[in-house]
Design a protein around this ligand. Sequence first.
Ligand SMILES: *[C@@H]1O[C@H](CO)[C@@H](O)[C@H](O)[C@H]1NC(C)=O
Ligand SMILES: *[C@@H]1O[C@H](CO)[C@@H](O)[C@H](O)[C@H]1NC(C)=O
Ligand SMILES: *[C@@H]1O[C@H](CO)[C@@H](O)[C@H](O)[C@H]1NC(C)=O
Ligand SMILES: *[C@@H]1O[C@H](CO)[C@@H](O)[C@H](O)[C@H]1NC(C)=O
Ligand SMILES: *[C@@H]1O[C@H](CO)[C@@H](O)[C@H](O)[C@H]1NC(C)=O
Ligand SMILES: *[C@@H]1O[C@H](CO)[C@@H](O)[C@H](O)[C@H]1NC(C)=O
Ligand SMILES: *[C@@H]1O[C@H](CO)[C@@H](O)[C@H](O)[C@H]1NC(C)=O
Ligand SMILES: *[C@@H]1O[C@H](CO)[C@@H](O)[C@H](O)[C@H]1NC(C)=O
Ligand SMILES: *[C@@H]1O[C@H](CO)[C@@H](O)[C@H](O)[C@H]1NC(C)=O
Ligand SMILES: *[C@@H]1O[C@H](CO)[C@@H](O)[C@H](O)[C@H]1NC(C)=O
Ligand SMILES: *[C@@H]1O[C@H](CO)[C@@H](O)[C@H](O)[C@H]1NC(C)=O
Ligand SMILES: *[C@@H]1O[C@H](CO)[C@@H](O)[C@H](O)[C@H]1NC(C)=O
Length: 813
Amino acid sequence: MLRSSVLVLLYFLGSVSAQTNLTSLVNLFIGTASGANGGSGGNAFPGAAVPHAMAKVGIDVDMAPRQAGYVSGNASVTGISLMHDEGTGGNTNGGYGNFPLFPLTSCTFESCPVGLHARETLRAAGADAARPGYFTTTFTNNIKIETTSTRRAGLIRFTFPEEATTFVVVDLTNDLQRSFEGGSITIDAQSGTILLGGTYLQSYGPSNYTIYGCYDFLPQDSSQTIIEYGTYQSVSASSPTNITITPNNTSLFFPYTSSPSPIQAGGLLAFNSSTVLARFGVSFISSAQACQNAKEEVGDAWASAWDIVQSASEAQWENVLGRVIVDVEKEDSDVVELLYSSLYRASLVPANLTYENPYWNSSYPFYDALFCSWDTFRTVHPLLSLTSPREWVGIVNAYIDGWRATGYIPECRANTKAGYVQGGSDGMPILGDFAVKYGGMAQELGVPTDDLYQALVDTAENTPPNWYTVGRQNTAWKIFDYIPTNWTDPSGATGLPTREASRTLEYALGDFAVRQAALALGKPQAQVDKYGNRSMGFVNVWDPNVTSDSFSGFAQRRYANGTFAYSPPDACSPVDPTPHSCARGTDNNVGFYESSSWEYSFFAPHSMSTLVNLMGGPDTFVSRLDNYFSKGYFYAGNEPSFELPWLYHYASRPDLSALRIRDVVYTNFGTGINGIPGNDDSGAMAALLTFHLLGLYPVPASRQLLIGSPFVSAFNLTNNAFNTVTRFVVENFDSNTLTASPPNGSNIYVSSVTINGRPSDSICWLPFEDVVGGGEIIITMDGNATAAASRLCGEGDNALPDSLESGGFVWTS
Ligand SMILES: *[C@@H]1O[C@H](CO)[C@@H](O)[C@H](O)[C@H]1NC(C)=O
Ligand SMILES: *[C@@H]1O[C@H](CO)[C@@H](O)[C@H](O)[C@H]1NC(C)=O
Ligand SMILES: *[C@@H]1O[C@H](CO)[C@@H](O)[C@H](O)[C@H]1NC(C)=O
Ligand SMILES: *[C@@H]1O[C@H](CO)[C@@H](O)[C@H](O)[C@H]1NC(C)=O
Ligand SMILES: *[C@@H]1O[C@H](CO)[C@@H](O)[C@H](O)[C@H]1NC(C)=O
Ligand SMILES: *[C@@H]1O[C@H](CO)[C@@H](O)[C@H](O)[C@H]1NC(C)=O
Ligand SMILES: *[C@@H]1O[C@H](CO)[C@@H](O)[C@H](O)[C@H]1NC(C)=O
Ligand SMILES: *[C@@H]1O[C@H](CO)[C@@H](O)[C@H](O)[C@H]1NC(C)=O
Ligand SMILES: *[C@@H]1O[C@H](CO)[C@@H](O)[C@H](O)[C@H]1NC(C)=O
Ligand SMILES: *[C@@H]1O[C@H](CO)[C@@H](O)[C@H](O)[C@H]1NC(C)=O
Ligand SMILES: *[C@@H]1O[C@H](CO)[C@@H](O)[C@H](O)[C@H]1NC(C)=O
Ligand SMILES: *[C@@H]1O[C@H](CO)[C@@H](O)[C@H](O)[C@H]1NC(C)=O
């Protein structure tokens, strides 16, 4: 009773006002279209989850790609499972998908079709529905599935069309990848509890993980009874679909094998009711802890807990979504739907595995689905820094604690273990961002800044024996100031030697993050200078002799002797005329990761003035950006493209950024199932779209945000560490601009910015302290293109956004 009143209270505190129900504005199916046939699915997860949940409950379909288990459409459903990732690429079969349940009817116990493909069933057309904290679908045989959840537990309900013997399969072996390496199931028919534990492969990494589950099928406060139970298993690994059901058997055990077994096994329960409710808990520690999680988070009177659990989840979401408030009646309805759906997905991950760290004892939080920091450092973490610093503190502490345990900041934690490093070590800009924004109140927030700084320095200086899953090739970086191609490291350190040019660019940004943290945390000036200098190393891969489309100077691979190794700048762009390998593998002979030299040559967010100069000055820089977009080198579906539409700012042409961002948003994003141009990547795309819509873009590891042309006429931004609400008002807001090509004369251009009544020197950027300062920021728009072009970023010395080389990024903390 006490428990429910606490939850009900939370529910009311969480809602912003009686008529503002932001959760109802979230469309969970955006980005759930199939990525098959060359398309790039968003791989968004539409099931039940609380913010940063560990348990993400949803249905799994029998088609690939299906990284999040779910795909819109009519593919057959193989089960409803407890764990999923959000928006990842990687293994096309998906990650997690553990311990699926499946409802059956119209069979006799020993002949029920329990196997994965034998049982799979189509959904009735249009039956899928979801809102934050709840998912449902109905099969063509009219069995309805519903779920709602807490951080590590939840409820699943099956409603069968008629009163008959009804069955539920409890699947031990089939995760999404079918990567079972051993485990066990135990049925206690008396208590109705089923314990599971199994070892499965990571979806993006070289290792495996062990997870535990606990299902309860006999609620104390209901008459639901189990009338028959047993186990099932394949007769042999060579005949996995020939399955025997053993009534009354209560346990199965499969010893660990180092390669996945195709065997299918699990439990089968029969009921005489047309509704079957199950409570579940998950854990990475033990099945006992999984049961305890269910007890603690759902409670013992769980037959009557559904509404409480669902309302509590919804209230948590209402609270998160309410940190950005717009007038939902007044603003454009598509923009409102995109905004709240994006804010939702941007807070699904990283997953809070606090008290669930199976690897080391620590008083700090543990987070999963960091993968990859390469994806999330640009937008997910900066968005958390604006609205959700209290949540971010736990995540930042988890990054630091990864360094305590391994000596390096984690990069790509996937399914609890290190995944593959994509480029640099991009936890560095995340920790640098925290230091510059919250260094001053870190102690109050519980982040040890000495550890944070040491984590940065160790990751910047040391080289792990194998930088395949963590760390950087600092041996090379420190000798050459770039990452040479075709170089054998005399230290013996190994890793995937590819992506030399893009790694150089990313290591440079990583060192800038150390420089920023050193400055913010009051470290000696020599440290600030050292890492500042090292961060300029990106110029060392600039080959002035390469020309493409009559533009000269491109980032390229370089040998240890200084000679450049040529790759066509359009290689690995969407219009690459020649097939190239563009991922991590040793077959990548281009030097760039998931992007082209055309795109990556714009990457030095901490010293863009250097690139403007290398490219021949602001006018050439502008025509080069125009060419990049018009020739199709822009790859909206992946992270290196994120900041490109904003870069006109660095040529003092924010008017051109404003136009470009409208085009990018309306050409690539939408409210349909195809509404994300590539993998959502743990909310990276969602956070990007949020920034585009609000007219802000974060410069990594810095206190600057670029100012754009907002898609709404006003918004309030709440910061839960400073306890501030900053009001943004867009004067002369013009809804005619809400299109890919705003008509001439529509008010798309920022003409002035006023911060708390004081005119800003720059219309191109805002300092973090004002964005979260709790005052009022007025952005005034006009529609005169000629005036906008001549207005530049403003007149003062600081009008242009900062660049390190031209003396930027100096502040007093
Ligand atoms: C929000 O809307 C949903 C769906 O319409 C509804 O079930 C729920 O009760 C509402 N919550 C609040 C806090 O008004
Ligand atoms: C699924 O939908 C596709 C496209 O509408 C259709 O061609 C196909 O026949 C459907 N399959 C089933 C099993 O309903
Ligand atoms: C896989 O899991 C088993 C059992 O926990 C463990 O012994 C083994 O080392 C793991 N394999 C890898 C590659 O980590
Ligand atoms: C399944 O396995 C049983 C037991 O080994 C065997 O008798 C039976 O013929 C097999 N069925 C099929 C369809 O292979
Ligand atoms: C299972 O156990 C029950 C209760 O002891 C018994 O009635 C039933 O016959 C058993 N079923 C089988 C197939 O052995
Ligand atoms: C259940 O069945 C399996 C496989 O037939 C057997 O190894 C196991 O001992 C049985 N367990 C019990 C408790 O009967
Ligand atoms: C993570 O879980 C811990 C333990 O339940 C909790 O204290 C913390 O608030 C959670 N943080 C987030 C962001 O969910
Ligand atoms: C790479 O280096 C090796 C040994 O130094 C040399 O034999 C080889 O030709 C080089 N390959 C390329 C592509 O330059
Ligand atoms: C560029 O080309 C010129 C003329 O061929 C050559 O002298 C120069 O060394 C080249 N520069 C680089 C960096 O390769
Ligand atoms: C540098 O090394 C590369 C690859 O081995 C070679 O092709 C090139 O000729 C060398 N350049 C010089 C100046 O020796
Ligand atoms: C937004 O902020 C303004 C100014 O602080 C305040 O008056 C208004 O009530 C806020 N709106 C909401 C919905 O919080
Ligand atoms: C637009 O601005 C230009 C330059 O400031 C000015 O000459 C022109 O009259 C303006 N056009 C309109 C329609 O106001």
